[in-house]
Design a protein around this ligand. Structure first.
Ligand code: 13P
Length: 339
């Protein structure tokens, strides 16, 4: 059996983080719509091929999260994507939940599905080359939500998934995402993130998940998108660290933040601010989807002639986030990274 702790630590190695490229077909179709590209299987393959074969990415990217369709696809030279990544020293992973669905008797809240048959699917993904897996629970902030019911059912499902992953020899990336949609304050985000982490780590412990052999993928503690008062990067960093220090065992090797709709630059700057305030009990890293891909998607625009431009845009963001791992990023690098 693979050493899960070793894989977890490799995923949060200094200067590196994770690329989340596990958009479901529905989500990648939305991203393609935004650049006017048709979401065909070949276009989805070509886009992922561009990202995964970017030369030099492995200096800043430790792992890539794939989607069920993607893990079965190949790069243009015929190498399967997991092999193509592994060859560069990048660890392949896989999203294994099947999406957030309406939670019964809880208007406005969801429960993430995908537990039925999961043991067999994990075995297959491992054979296809995956070494870690991801499951995303979604917690929404609203007037009377989240309910304790939705927080605890989602935490229970996350722990069931995580336990099965460890049994199967895959590192679970446990992702309870408190959404930043809404007009709530950063204090409310702190309170809800705190309740969520409390439930998640209680369930993980009850279900005998070992903290050393997992990673946590959470939201940062942020002001709601539509809140009239937006917290500064410094406040975000302080609130996020205070919240996580209270709830995340130091045995967890790393916290890999999602970007969750923050701008690319905000996501990088806030991670940088937190790392500049270190050392911390855990590695603080990134597992960004949009914040790593947005400029690359735009530069590519669905045209094979733009692959080099897309790769350059992706590498640039990967580099800056890699620097944010040690507090070495500064906004003037957005124009040009020093050699
Ligand atoms: P974002 O960074 O775009 O939030 O995506 C990360 C992710 O994997 C969400 O599940």
């Amino acid at each position: 059996m693979a050493d899960l702790n070793e894989t977890a630590r490799a995923l949060v190695a200094p200067g590196k983080g994770i690329l989340a490229a596990d958009e479901s077909t529905g989500t990648i179709t939305k991203r393609f719509d935004s650049i006017g590209v048709e979401s065909t299987e070949e276009n989805r393959r070509a886009y992922r091929d561009m990202l995964f074969t970017t030369e030099g990415a492995a200096e800043h990217i430790s792992g890539v999260i794939l989607y069920d369709e993607t893990i079965r696809q190949s790069a243009s030279d015929g190498t399967t994507f997991p092999k193509a990544l592994e060859r560069q020293g990048i660890i392949p992973g896989i999203k294994v939940d099947t999406g957030a669905k309406p939670l019964a008797n809880a208007p406005g809240e969801t429960i993430t599905e995908g537990l039925d048959g999961l043991r067999d699917r994990l075995e297959e993904y491992r054979e296809l080359g995956a070494r870690f897996a991801k499951w995303r629970a979604v917690i929404t902030i609203g007037e009377d939500i989240p309910s304790e019911y939705s927080v605890w059912t989602n935490a229970h499902a996350l722990a069931r998934y995580a336990a099965l992953c460890q049994e199967a020899g895959l590192v679970p990336i446990v992702e309870p995402e408190v959404l930043m949609d809404g007009d709530h304050t950063i204090e409310r985000s702190f309170e809800v993130t705190s309740r969520t982490l409390h439930a998640v780590f209680t369930e993980l412990r009850d279900q005998r998940v070992t903290a050393e052999d997992m990673l946590l993928k959470p939201n940062m503690v942020l002001s709601g998108y539509d809140c009239s008062e937006q917290a500064s990067d410094q406040q975000v960093a302080e609130q996020t660290l205070e919240c996580f220090r209270r709830h995340v065992p130091s045995a967890v090797p790393g916290i890999v933040f999602l970007s969750g709709g923050q701008s690319d630059e905000d996501a990088t700057a806030r991670l940088n601010t937190m790392n500049a305030m270190g050392p911390h009990p855990w590695e603080l890293s990134f597992s960004y989807g949009r914040a790593l891909q947005a400029p690359a998607l735009k530069a590519w625009g669905g045209d094979a002639a733009n692959v080099a431009a897309g790769q350059e845009a992706y590498l640039h963001r990967a580099k800056l986030n890699g620097l944010a791992r040690s507090g070495s990023y500064s906004p003037d690098m957005e124009e040009k990274v020093p050699a």
